[in-house]
Design a protein around this ligand. Structure first.
Ligand code: PGA
Length: 269
């Protein structure tokens, strides 16, 4: 029996089309506003999306700063655009000053959260295990999650990119078996906010490795989990990833605050 999920299985060309057809993953574009914006600017960005011609088959999720989640839910009129928090805690409520509750995020009408963004891993020192716990709790409460992973420049230079991604993913697969509410965002730290995006070939290579690793840990689900690339994606370079079969979309930082975000959403047309 041929194992379609094994990393080294290369399907013959005539089979490739049908395999992609049956395992098609929806193109997904996330916008991470980070700690940027005001009531006014967040409203304007979302109004811009409201009036844009967005493809009906592209899933868009925008993550404004927590204080503007309710506003974003109210202003958004696009049925293909959902609102996300950038972070949540691993408890519903209680004496956790300054933390953000998944339940309160849901109460505001937002339906997603990011977890494990590298800025939280490095600046706030969040561990793989803590990120996994938050991811688990968020899903249990009813949120979907964009789980961010990725290596630093030192780790890349040391040739351990996939080991780092595997370690970050394993913390999650150890405590979560159903990955239907998880989208993975591969964001090499050296590419975030630097203008130095990974090449489409490099991204494809790493995404393929990530999917092969997931095949080992979560089995068949690895074929349906969307894997986004993040790190200096913009309106110009987004179309270059078009034919990369394991790049299912993008997580966009800086460019999600600009009109070119619409070009990224439309980059597969
Ligand atoms: P960037 O950020 O697009 O500004 O590089 C990406 C991210 O951090 O999600």
């Amino acid at each position: 029996m041929v194992d379609l999920l094994s990393a080294d299985f290369a399907p013959p060309t005539f089979q490739l089309k049908s395999i992609h057809f049956t395992m098609a993953r929806q193109f997904f574009v996330g916008g991470n506003f980070k700690m940027n914006g005001t009531k006014d600017s967040v409203t304007k960005i979302i109004e811009g999306l409201n009036s844009a011609d967005l493809p009906s088959n592209v899933q868009v999720v925008i993550a404004p700063p927590a204080p503007y989640l309710g506003l974003a839910v109210e202003v958004n009129k696009q049925s293909t655009v959902a609102i996300s928090a950038q972070n949540v805690y691993d408890k519903a409520s209680g004496a956790y000053t300054g933390e953000i509750s998944a339940n309160q995020v849901l109460d505001l009408g937002a339906t997603w959260t990011l977890t494990g963004h590298s800025e939280r891993r490095t600046l706030i020192k969040e561990s793989d295990e803590f990120i996994a716990e938050k991811t688990k709790f968020a899903i249990e409460q009813g949120l979907s999650v964009i789980l961010c992973i990725g290596e630093t420049l030192e780790e890349r230079k040391a040739g351990i990119t996939l080991d780092v991604c595997a370690r970050q993913l394993d913390a999650v697969s150890k405590i979560i078996s159903d990955w239907s509410k998880i989208v993975v965002a591969y964001e090499p730290v050296w590419a975030i906010g630097t203008g130095l995006a990974a090449t489409p070939e490099d991204a494809q290579e790493t995404h393929k490795g990530i999917r092969a690793h997931l095949a080992k840990t979560i089995g068949e689900q690895s074929e349906t989990v969307q894997i986004l690339y993040g790190g200096s994606v913009n309106g110009k370079n987004a179309p270059e990833f078009k034919d990369k079969v394991d790049v299912d979309g993008f997580l966009v930082g800086g460019a999600s605050l600009k009109p070119e975000f619409v070009d990224i959403i439309r980059s597969r047309l």
